[in-house]
Design a protein around this ligand. Structure first.
Ligand code: PLP
Length: 366
């Protein structure tokens, strides 16, 4: 286990060494923003630290309530409901919509929490090849009971996006729920950061539920489910990961409110990410022996082939103080081991130059 002893960010002190990191989900560089810390400290002084109870008992505080209202307003939906983590939000949303006798049709590359969510719900899991709409349609037409299409908006190991327009069309045609995990999309995609639907120019309908995490682009902790009033009311009654757990500290919710205000007002952070990604892709496209994946997001995996090569390259980068994780089977398919580079709006041009020169040097490893 490595131990960090500095704020999250591009330059960190880890295990008593200075590191330049390309591995966090802090896409907008907000986790160490003093405005968030100030909001959190102020709320901790006012409300104390622990929520002390579940939301439905007496653990739901003014900052939780305001944050839910502001998230709903921002996304143009009736309701947003807070959860303590994205993992728990996914278990809650799937389990409240489907159960035994129902079918969840899910992308094979979905996040682990979505797979676990289906297993816990008792519904049948029917998995289609990544973004394969023909297979999804075939599985939808055979599905029994209530149908739910489950997908990441942006896939965490590949960085590519789900074909949302087609998923929306299929969900409507088969009268299915569509649940989209926007962990890597909210705050990042779309001009205003409203995620995959905004980026695709789509307005989600009544049977779409979106899950957002606050521990990534928002730089805080927790998560939320956003959608129409009716399914969110059912969620409130049924989601066991909502009902039977302590509410997140109100001070964390207050920090998330500060983060949301910045997500809304500082569009330059998304522009900065885009220009970093564009510059990286241009330079990485001419590197020997590695392959870029078709990603337009801050998740920029470089496929290097065998697991041993990915590990050797990551070690070589680490020798230079560069932190880029090697991702291997079973997380990704055999032969597609990769260096998973992620960018933050807080990366400077010189950080990118250092990464590229490290990559140029380590691609000589065969
Ligand atoms: C990180 C992540 C989650 C879990 O969110 P936490 O708030 O960290 O529990 C869920 N889904 C996806 C796609 C993620 O990347």
């Amino acid at each position: 286990m490595t131990v960090a002893d500095s704020p999250q960010g591009p330059r960190m002190r880890i295990d008593d060494r200075d590191r330049l990191t390309f591995c966090s989900n802090d896409y907008l560089g907000l986790s160490a923003d003093p405005r968030l810390a100030e909001a959190m400290c102020g709320a901790a002084t006012r409300y104390g630290v622990g929520a002390g109870a579940a939301h439905l008992i007496n653990g739901h505080f003014t900052p939780h309530q305001r944050l839910e209202e502001e998230l709903a307003e921002w996304l143009g939906v009736a309701t947003a409901r807070l959860f303590s983590t994205g993992y728990m939000a996914n278990l809650g949303v799937v389990g409240s919509l489907v159960g035994r006798g129902d079918t969840v049709i899910a992308d094979r590359l979905n996040h682990a929490s979505l797979i676990d969510a289906v297993q816990l719900s008792g519904a049948r899991l029917s998995r289609y090849r990544h973004n394969d709409l023909d297979e999804l349609e075939a599985r939808l037409s055979r599905a029994k009971g209530e149908r739910l299409i489950l997908t990441d908006g942006v896939f965490s190991m590949d960085g590519d996006a789900a074909p949302l327009a087609e998923l929306v069309e299929l969900a409507e045609r088969f009268d299915a729920w569509l649940v989209v995990d926007e962990a890597h999309a909210f705050g990042v995609l779309g001009e205003a950061g409203r995620g995959s639907f905004e980026a695709a120019g789509l307005v989600p309908g009544e049977r779409v539920l979106r899950v957002g995490t606050l521990g990534k682009a928002f730089g805080t902790a927790g998560a939320f489910v956003a959608g129409a009033a009716e399914p969110l009311e059912v969620l409130l009654q049924r989601a066991r990961t909502y009902l039977f757990t302590t509410a997140q500290p109100p001070a964390v919710a207050e920090a998330s409110r500060a983060a949301l205000a910045i997500v809304r007002s500082e569009g330059w952070r998304r522009e900065r990410l885009q220009s970093l990604v564009a510059a990286f892709r241009e330079a990485a496209s001419v590197l020997d022996g590695v392959e870029l994946m078709p990603s337009a997001t801050p998740i920029q995996p470089l496929v290097v082939g065998e697991a041993s090569r990915a590990v050797a390259m990551a070690h070589r980068l680490a020798d230079r103080g560069l932190l880029v994780p090697a991702i291997r089977p079973p997380t990704v398919p055999r032969g597609s081991s990769r260096l998973r580079v992620t960018f933050s709006a807080a990366h400077e041009d010189d950080d990118l130059s250092q990464l590229l020169s490290g990559l140029r040097e380590c691609t000589t490893i065969r």
